[in-house]
Design a protein around this ligand. Structure first.
Ligand code: SF4
Ligand code: SF4
Length: 361
């Protein structure tokens, strides 16, 4: 039996390639691809290359909103004529997992709430976001950060795998427009579809190893209280200061800028590029003073910003539990394990057993 829910449709998987082709009418199609066992978001010409079965990409889709390197403007030294070569195109980013949608929501808060960045605003206006359900691995902890499901504020369509079909929820007028324009590819949902969707979303939590997830209750307070903990020194001893953790993070947004002259010195380009609070020179200011000369201070700063600073800045945690910083860290430093050490809890199972023993005494 079919029934009508305006904000949900079903996309049979047999129509999936046609759906991807149809998305190209709305802008440059960007989606996950696979290369040597790793996944990455890239521009898609051939839709057979799109990978739906992936856990995480090396870099988040953020790179299509804030490029890692970009020219802000250039100017002629003699005439002082300025040129801005910024020409954003419409783009459709398909296959974004819930944690990364939350990551984009954090970037939106940072870049658009106070003093909106006109470039970011223009790119966001031209970007369609299409989410995709996922299965966690041992690095994921989005269940603890409350980001395992999209919260309905910044995406256009969200596809949930329900077996031989996708259950498609519509999150914006743009999402409606896409569904209407490709309506031959969708069908109305049935009670069975709805029940499969509810089952699939309710069961997601069982895909996590619940004993390994960090408890993030009162995390801001824990980080503040452990400001002088020896855990920072211990963990920072392993850290190489390479900045990989911040470069792969969907919520890190720091960048720096330099003026680069061309070879004849006539044209100067103002180039912005992302940087990392883990680099020593990051805290260098005029006069040669380093605010954070010690690696342990820089190491602590990242946790402090994610779990304390963002709460003041945007009233949310700055971490969406994607697990990239731990999965990609060459020193194998785990954010979850560091948090557990700070809480004084390294093994949830042991803690529960100890509690059960004392409560039955
Ligand atoms: S990725 Fe690991 S080693 Fe590199 S700066 Fe981050 S914590 Fe340190
Ligand atoms: S801090 Fe680590 S786990 Fe959290 S959002 Fe950034 S990369 Fe993901």
């Amino acid at each position: 039996m079919e029934f009508h829910i305006d904000k949900a449709k079903v996309l049979p998987k047999s129509n999936f390639r046609l759906f991807l082709e149809g998305l190209k009418n709305f802008g440059v199609l960007i989606a996950p691809k696979k290369k040597k066992e790793k996944f990455f978001f890239d521009v898609i010409d051939d839709t057979s290359e799109v990978e739906v079965d992936y856990t995480r990409t090396i870099l988040p889709p953020k790179k299509f909103l804030i490029p890692y390197r970009r020219e802000r403007f250039s100017y002629d030294v003699e005439t002082l004529e300025f040129k801005d070569n910024f020409t954003p195109e419409n783009q459709v980013i398909f296959g974004i997992h819930s944690c990364d949608l939350h990551g984009i929501s954090i970037l939106d808060s940072v870049y658009l709430k106070e003093n909106p960045d006109p470039r970011y605003l223009e790119v966001r206006k031209r970007t369609v976001l299409i989410g995709l359900s996922c299965k966690p691995d041992d690095f994921c902890f989005c269940l603890s950060t409350g980001t395992a499901f999209p919260d309905g504020t910044n995406w256009d369509l969200f596809l949930t795998d329900i077996g031989s079909d996708y259950f498609v929820t519509i999150g914006s007028p743009k999402g409606d427009e896409i569904v209407i324009s490709l309506k031959g590819l969708f069908r109305e949902i049935t009670k069975e579809d709805l029940s499969l969707y509810k089952k699939s979303t309710s069961q997601k939590k069982f895909l996590f190893n619940l004993d390994k997830l960090p408890d993030l209750g009162r995390i801001s307070q824990v980080i503040e209280l452990e400001y002088d903990s020896e855990v920072w020194e211990e963990e920072a001893k392993k850290c190489l200061g390479c900045g990989t953790c911040t470069n792969v993070c969907p919520t890190c947004f720091c960048y720096t800028a330099v003026d680069i002259p061309d070879l004849n010195g006539k044209k100067i380009s103002r180039v912005e590029f992302t940087t990392s609070c883990q680099y020593p020179y990051y805290s260098l200011v005029a006069g040669g003073h380093y605010f954070k000369p010690k690696r342990s201070a820089r190491f602590k700063h990242r946790y402090y910003h994610k779990f304390v600073g963002y709460s003041y800045q945007i009233e949310k945690l700055g971490c969406v539990g994607c697990g990239r910083c731990s999965a990609e860290c060459p020193a194998k430093i785990s954010m979850v394990e560091t948090i557990k050490k700070l809480r004084g809890v390294e093994d949830e199972k042991e803690l529960r057993e100890a509690f059960n023993e004392t409560s039955t005494d």
